[in-house]
Design a protein around this ligand. Structure first.
Ligand code: F3S
Length: 59
C-alpha cells in the first residue's frame, strides 16, 4: 500500500515527476497518492521512494 507521510513531505515535487501514474501534488502542496493507485508496486514507485529526500513515501 503506497502512502505519503504528509508531515514529512516538504513538497519538493520529485515523486510525481518520477511516477506521475501514482503521485500528484495536492492543493496543500504535498504529494498524495491518486485514487485507485494505492496498490501499485511498479519499479517507478520504488524509484520515487528512493528519490524522496525526506523518506516520506512508504509501501
Ligand atoms: Fe514530498 Fe518526497 Fe514527493 S518530499 S513531493 S513525498 S519526493
Amino acid at each position: 500500500m503506497v502512502k505519503v507521510d504528509k508531515e514529512k513531505c516538504i513538497g519538493c515535487g520529485l515523486c510525481p515527476e518520477v511516477c506521475e501514474k501514482v503521485f500528484f501534488m495536492n492543493k496543500e502542496g504535498k504529494a498524495d497518492v491518486k485514487k485507485g493507485q494505492e496498490n501499485e508496486n511498479s519499479q517507478e514507485v520504488k524509484d520515487a521512494i528512493e528519490c524522496c529526500p525526506v523518506d516520506a513515501i512508504s509501501e
